[in-house]
Ligand binder design. Structure first.
Ligand SMILES: C[S@@+](CC[C@H](N)C(=O)[O-])C[C@H]1O[C@@H](n2cnc3c(N)ncnc32)[C@H](O)[C@@H]1O
Length: 211
């Protein structure tokens, strides 16, 4: 299983996930990043790197699978963006409270084992008013598709290395304390509905005023 997740999946990953229709969503959300420095969790094979806008000049990419990060390293040649890679789970982020301006995740909340912990960590490390940009697949809005998602989830988790089909991304983000300020839900055109219900948006760590 280790060989499958650390060698086979990383090697073939870009063939399925660096495709035109998937990249539409990547471009759409990453174009909105207005900060200079970004923490990307679930950095994977660095597919997003080419889609960051010009204002982004520093990315910290964190991922728990070193096989994915080895593939990512091959793409880090762009002088425009400084890229630091950290091999670690995002369930514990190695950063101080209130220290990060922006966090990005794409197709990652489905795979993190303790996703609540990871989202709490995003909340903790974000600066006040810091933004979390997300593009994630999850629980669909049609009851029949939801049923199928619940049914197929155990199989998906095995072959897709821990990927869950049925996570309610909106509820998970909101439970962490982050406030969603922008959200687009849609079905990916060419994908089966069970894997193609998307949550694309921005959440913010709101500053609470007590006066
Ligand atoms: C489906 S891939 C997405 C990769 C990339 N974000 C993309 O959009 O192509 C999910 C990624 O999340 C990573 N991942 C899973 N659990 C993680 C964790 N606890 N901490 C950090 N990364 C994790 C996996 O290793 C994998 O690279």
């Amino acid at each position: 299983m280790k060989f499958y997740s650390k060698v086979i999946i990383p090697f073939f990953y870009d063939f399925s996930m660096d495709s035109e229709h998937i990249n539409e969503g990547r471009k759409s959300i990453l174009n909105k990043v207005k900060e200079e420095k970004v923490l990307e969790i679930g950095f994977g094979t660095a597919i997003n790197l080419k889609f960051y806008p010009n204002n982004v000049n520093h990315i910290i990419g964190i991922d728990s699978n070193e096989g994915m990060l080895k593939q990512a390293e091959k793409k880090i040649s762009d002088d425009r963006i400084k890229v630091e890679i950290i091999h670690q789970s995002s369930e514990t982020l190695p950063f101080d409270d209130n220290s990060i301006e922006a966090v990005v995740s794409t197709y990652t909340l489905c795979s993190i084992k303790n996703v609540n912990l990871a989202l709490n960590e995003i909340f903790r490390v974000l600066k006040p008013n810091g933004r979390y940009y997300f593009l994630e697949h999850g629980l669909a809005d049609k009851p029949l598709t939801q049923k199928l998602q619940h049914l197929l989830n155990p199989i998906q988790k095995v072959w897709a290395v821990g990927c869950n089909l049925n996570r309610d991304i909106k509820a998970l983000i909101e439970n962490s304390g982050l406030k969603i300020i922008e959200l687009k839900n849609y079905y990916m055109k060419r994908d089966p509905e069970v894997v193609g219900f998307m949550y694309e948006g921005i959440a913010v760590k709101e500053v609470k005023s007590y006066d």
